[in-house]
Design a protein around this ligand. Structure first.
Ligand code: NAD
Length: 327
């Protein structure tokens, strides 16, 4: 069976997600939305066409014949595309409550299916956890924190923990290289929000010129440590370790697609025999942020669908479910 899939948010990650889906047999893109409009075709959208419409005209709403221009694109897309099995929410979480408000829109709409997000902040995933009873009552299986970090690397930590009787620390260090910050505007703004002296509201309010001026000062690099990242509560929630044992940091180069460092997860613990050791999981340098976010997101969507079919609804995170592989 081919799952009918939607993508909300059509920036850097949304477009990469559409390209990734075009090579899959088990999933078909039928609806996609950006801030100014959406496109829906029950027989499938062509990734190259939707990307071309977005890039040349600024919105999917201009796509002929399936595009619709609207300032209420999420609500209209949900109402129009009733046959969708699941959505990847590739939306900015600006303000920090935005993704939770989208989840509430789905709950209110009466739609039933699978939702997957790649949100990053601890406080953002906490809002989703609070919504778990409502999601469950609405017949929605919601997979939260299912990108790269949180996501792939958190899941790797959950697997690595199995060798140990006690987990002492989990250290996630990411390296991201992108040719131009413009391709991932929300990602970069949300990263700036983690820099000392900045908040989410400040980063959201920055003009493009202000972002460029800041990146000019740092030579295009954003170095981050001790970030507020939900890997911590996701691992705590499943009893692997307390949140204060989990640290996340990294370097983003906004002027070079080459990664400034290899993304890795190091988990240190004590085995049942009393040995202290560290498991390391390192991502290949050639794999892009888009590959490491969108791949897991759809893997978790497929896993979420298997739960949904069995009548299991509510909220799960990347640390408690094994992603399925999408063929
Ligand atoms: P982007 O800025 O490139 O694109 C955002 C898209 O969302 C645009 O198409 C925009 O039109 C659309 N949008 C904005 N507001 C909307 C609204 N109200 N209704 C409909 N569409 C709307 O974003 P990006 O850089 O691709 O990042 C998307 C998200 O992914 C960010 O929140 C980022 O933090 C997250 N992310 C997570 C990970 C991870 O590993 N977990 C990694 C990278 C990015």
């Amino acid at each position: 069976m081919t799952l009918k899939v939607g993508i909300l948010g059509f920036g850097g990650l949304g477009q990469a997600a559409a390209k990734l889906l075009s090579a899959k047999q088990e999933m078909q893109l039928v609806v996609a939305a950006d801030k100014e409009g959406f496109a829906y075709d029950r027989n499938g959208l062509n990734a190259a066409d939707v990307i071309a419409a977005y890039q040349s005209k600024g919105s999917l709403g201009y796509l002929e014949p399936s595009g619709i221009l609207t300032q209420d694109s999420i609500a209209e897309a949900i109402a129009t595309a009733k046959d969708v099995d699941g959505y990847f929410l590739a939306l900015p979480n600006l303000p920090n409550t935005f993704m939770a408000s989208v989840a509430k829109q789905f709950i209110a709409s009466g739609w039933k299916g699978v939702l997957v997000d790649a949100i990053k902040r601890t406080s953002a995933v906490e809002q989703m956890i609070t919504l778990a009873p409502e999601l469950s009552a609405a017949g929605i299986t919601y997979m939260s924190g299912c990108g790269a970090t949180p996501g792939l690397l958190t899941a790797a930590a959950a697997i690595a923990a199995q060798s140990f009787a006690e987990v002492h620390k989990v250290e996630i260090t990411f390296g991201v290289g992108i040719a131009n910050w413009n391709a991932y505007r929300a990602t970069i703004r949300e990263d700036i929000a983690h820099m000392s002296g900045y908040t989410v509201d400040m980063a959201q309010a920055m003009t493009d010129a202000e972002v460029e001026a800041l990146l000019e000062k740092t030579n295009g690099l954003i170095a981050l440590e001790n970030m507020e990242h939900a890997d911590d509560i996701m691992l705590e929630r499943v009893g692997i370790c307390d949140r204060d044992r989990v640290t996340v940091g990294g370097v983003v180069d906004t002027r070079n697609p080459k990664k400034p460092l290899s993304t890795n997860m190091k988990l240190t613990g004590r085995t049942f025999e009393g040995k202290i050791s560290t498991h390391t999981f390192t991502l290949g340098d050639e794999t892009s942020m888009a590959a490491n976010v969108c791949g897991p997101a759809f893997g978790y969507l497929k896993a979420g669908k298997q739960f949904h079919q069995r009548g299991i609804y509510g909220l799960m995170t990347a640390a408690e479910v094994m992603p399925a592989f999408v063929r």
